[in-house]
Design a protein around this ligand. Structure first.
Ligand SMILES: CC(C)(COP(=O)(O)OP(=O)(O)OC[C@H]1O[C@@H](n2cnc3c(N)ncnc32)[C@H](O)[C@@H]1OP(=O)(O)O)[C@@H](O)C(=O)NCCC(=O)NCCS
Length: 244
């Protein structure tokens, strides 16, 4: 489990962006921001959105969703501008064929983001493609159905062995699978039961995958950005230094 000291928690004055948004060769940075609206941060984030983003904002029915969108997208742009030493007006975020975002300004710079509940997290690196996913622990009324639909037989067996931790272990598999699908850029093209992971003894291993070319050397790490949140990070290269 990646310690929380390795995650930069962005405060409302955003001063950390200038302090930490710079990568050395093997660095991978994880940031987290609270999606609880704070007017100064909202204003700052709104000011850097593209006209397309601002158009999208208008379509949200609920203020909470609108604010989440403004903060998550605004912080992404603010951080990218600092990492890429660019200007907001010059920053162009495009998407790969299956939806994974990238910065047109620098194709050797990789990032990914995820939000759940009131938290949004980001990963930035030059080491390799990266995937990050978080989920807030919550009551899932359809837990058994989700387990059957998304986990392989072996993964389901693992959950059955420890019934008191069933929900917890489901969230762990869920974030690991999503982070992996996001690292390889596949998103929803693969269904989660195409992938099989083992999470025994805290060692996470990819055991099997169907429908995509063999991929090697992905490193999978879990983290918890906050109490009751599960998180997983997927990247390549043993020498990567994850730090705040
Ligand atoms: C992208 C995806 C993989 C994850 O989405 P999600 O968990 O709903 O949302 P997250 O906040 O974690 O991530 C969304 C962000 O990932 C990024 N993303 C989108 N497509 C992506 C892709 N193909 N590859 C990598 N990243 C992608 C984007 O930044 C996106 O934010 P945006 O759409 O606001 O720009 C999506 O395809 C999905 O809905 N997967 C669900 C798969 C599933 O059923 N999992 C259950 C596992 S048990």
């Amino acid at each position: 489990m990646l310690p929380n000291s390795n995650i930069v928690a962005l405060q409302t004055d955003l001063s950390e962006t200038k302090k930490y948004a710079s990568l050395k060769e093997n660095d991978l940075h994880i940031w987290q921001v609270s999606l609880t609206p704070e007017s100064a941060m909202l204003k700052m984030c709104n000011s850097v959105l593209t006209s397309e983003d601002k158009e999208k904002v208008k379509w949200f029915k609920f203020e909470e969703d609108r604010n989440n969108y403004i903060i998550s997208k605004g912080i992404l742009r603010l951080l990218l501008v600092d990492y890429l030493k660019s200007n907001n007006s010059e920053l162009v975020i495009s998407r790969q064929k299956k939806g994974k975002p990238f910065a047109e300004n620098d194709r050797s710079f990789f990032f990914n983001m995820s939000d759940s509940g009131k938290v949004c997290v980001y990963a930035f690196t030059r080491v390799s493609e990266v995937g990050i996913d978080i989920e807030e622990k919550r009551l899932l009324h359809d837990l058994d159905e989700l387990i059957q639909r998304n986990l392989t037989n072996k993964e389901q067996d693992f959950l059955s062995k420890n019934p008191s931790e069933k929900a917890k272990n489901f969230f762990r598999f869920w974030t690991i699978k999503e982070a992996y699908l996001k690292a390889i850029g596949e998103g929803m093209r693969l269904t989660p039961d195409n992938l099989e992971f083992s999470i025994e003894n805290g060692n996470i291993k990819l055991m099997n995958q169907q429908g995509i070319p063999e991929q090697e050397n992905w490193i999978i790490q879990e983290f918890s950005p906050k109490t009751s949140y599960f998180g997983a990070l997927v990247y390549k290269n043993e020498n990567t230094r994850i730090l705040s």
